[in-house]
Design a protein around this ligand. Sequence first.
Ligand code: URA
Length: 247
Amino acid sequence: MTRPRKEPSPQERLKNWLSILGPDALIPHTPPPLTASPMASTRDVLQPFSKKNKEQILQAISERVKKCRACGLYASRKQVVLSDGSPDADIFFIGEAPGAQEDHQGIPFVGPAGQLLTRIIEQGIKIPRNETFIANILKCRPPGNRRPLPEEIQSCSPFLLEQIRCVSPKILIALGATAARFFLKTQAPMRSLRGRVHQVLGLPLIVTWHPSYLLRRPEAKVETWRDIQLAMKVLEKRNGNKGARAE
Ligand code: URA
């Protein structure tokens, strides 16, 4: 008779996970494949991790980012910019790269675009910003806020993918073309990517305008409003019609 296989305890799983991520892990590494096909959500796979476990994992990622020399940006940054928000968040926002204020404070989206993002979250979704999770594709500031180079995205994005797997959110929201094109592997214009629900990493992905763009073109805010409503509908469905708060 075959004995049922003993499931590893959450502590053992965390130990395994940390040993994979550990400070000596090779950088850069190959990102896990992105898939557009339906599969078990990362949330289902990682469900047993407690908030404390997730904080430890995020800390381990942070230690590795601080040592990363995979592209030249470490030389000009003031500090790395990892994330902001709750490791237990349902909603995970992804921006492009830190700007001057983020580089100065070590927190994503704290400048004028960040203040607008906070208003979108707190007035649109009606939850405190610190109940969402916010991160960027790049963890170091590109000089002069230039667009990230493809090789910078390639070497830095595995850290973002690890953050997503750790947080295991219910929905991803890509802010702007850099984040959208990274996940969807396309150069298509934003107007063709917005307004629908994509699937990546087994999670729904909504694409919306970057808050910096909205600062330059306030008339596009109405479209972001629609995107956020769409995201809330998807979230509500995943939650069994509980918990969406956008109006
Ligand atoms: N723009 C981004 O994409 N990310 C930030 O953190 C700030 C501005």
